[in-house]
Design a protein around this ligand. Structure first.
Ligand code: 5AD
Ligand code: FES
Length: 348
């Protein structure tokens, strides 16, 4: 145990561990080392962000996807998924409602849907940019060419979320069909950073086949990329995927990793994800208490929410945007934090 605490101290001091050290830290964790870690992760969150929790309005604008990732409920092979696309007008309506509720970041997330061509996407981004000059526009629409990312940036997008999912090639192949590669994912991420996006990556905790060694590689990749945001959440099986019968990730490990991320890169924007809120009624609160500082409630119209089902039992699928805003406001207050109306940029 002393050795594990010493590794946490080392991570805090030099922001860096060797692969064997990461593995040892993850394998030998227990509730006492977790407490030790969370005291530090809280301290760092407090130093850069105080008790502020930023909020992002998530607009899930299409669940059509050309990809077939084995873990994901909206993979193209899921014939049972009821597909939908929001119109530009519907997306603008989500922004209007969100703005009124105090959201200053809109996250446009969707499957890789060819209907939203470069022109269509640029037009949507430009329109939001023009109407909401004080808001950040985040895109989360998968792998695209460098030129496409560049043009969307010029159209007014500021941030991009693209989880790397796992930083080990063999594990990547276990989670994805052959046409997807870790190499291309990394190319996208380095490109996004180079263009000037505030860039987010991340991974699922407890995805099938994941071991401490792969988590070590995830942490080392994140250290190397130095993204502005890292989204992690437990893997949760979806009944219409090849991973339907696999085990899900745990709250305990997810929280521990959130703590480690905060201590390694103390200024990170770290969401307490919806997946975390799905596996435990107080999952998001616990995420914040482990070092997270962002929540991402849903702004999608209630009529489509259930259809953006990446995993089973996703929370908030029946609630209006205002209900989630108020619910999270209360939840954050209960743990001594404040949900703020702010773009919530990376601390400089
Ligand atoms: N369980 C948890 N997270 C999932 N995601 C996709 N499917 C699942 C699942 N079954 C995550 C992926 C993706 C993000 C949008 O949602 O990490 O990048
Ligand atoms: Fe959606 Fe609580 S955050 S109902």
């Amino acid at each position: 145990m002393e050795q594990t605490k010493a590794l946490i101290d080392k991570l805090e001091a030099v922001s860096h561990l060797a692969e064997e050290e990461w593995i040892s830290l993850i394998e030998n964790r227990d509730s006492e080392t977790a407490e030790y870690l969370f005291a530090k992760s809280q301290k760092w969150r407090q130093k850069y962000y105080g008790n502020k929790v930023y909020t992002r309005g998530l607009i899930e604008f299409t669940n059509y996807c050309r990809n077939d990732c084995y873990y994901c409920g909206i993979r193209r092979s899921n014939r049972k998924a009821q597909r939908y696309r929001l119109t530009k007008e519907e997306i603008m309506e989500c922004c209007r409602i969100g703005y009124g509720l105090g959201f200053r970041t809109f996250v446009l997330q969707g499957g890789e849907d060819g209907f939203f061509s470069q022109e269509v996407l640029e037009d949507i981004v430009r329109t939001i940019r023009k109407e909401y000059q004080d808001c950040a526009i985040t895109l989360s629409i998968g792998e695209r060419s460098y030129e496409s990312y560049e043009r969307l940036f010029q159209a007014g997008a500021d941030r991009y979320l693209l989880r790397h999912e796992t930083a080990e090639e063999a594990h990547y192949k276990k989670l994805h069909p052959a046409e997807l590669s870790l190499e291309n994912r990394k190319r996208c991420l380095y490109g996004l950073k180079k263009i000037g996006y505030q860039t987010g990556t991340g991974f699922m905790v407890g995805s099938p086949g994941q071991t401490p060694k792969q988590l070590a590689k995830d942490m080392m990749f994140i250290r190397e990329l130095e993204p502005h945001m890292v989204g992690i959440g437990p893997f949760i099986p979806h009944h219409e995927t090849p991973f339907a019968k696999e085990e899900g990730g745990t709250l305990e490990l997810t929280l521990f990793l959130i703590g480690l991320l905060r201590v390694m890169l103390p200024k990170l924007l770290l969401p307490a994800t919806t997946a975390l809120g799905t596996i435990h009624p107080l999952g998001r609160e616990k995420g914040i208490q482990a070092g997270a500082n962002v929540v991402m409630p849903n702004l999608s119209p209630t009529s489509v929410r259930k259809k953006y089902e990446l995993y089973d039992n996703k929370i908030c699928t029946g609630d209006e945007a205002a209900e989630c805003r108020n619910c999270l406001g209360r939840r954050m207050e209960n743990i001594g934090c404040e949900l703020v109306t702010d773009r919530g940029d990376f601390a400089v």
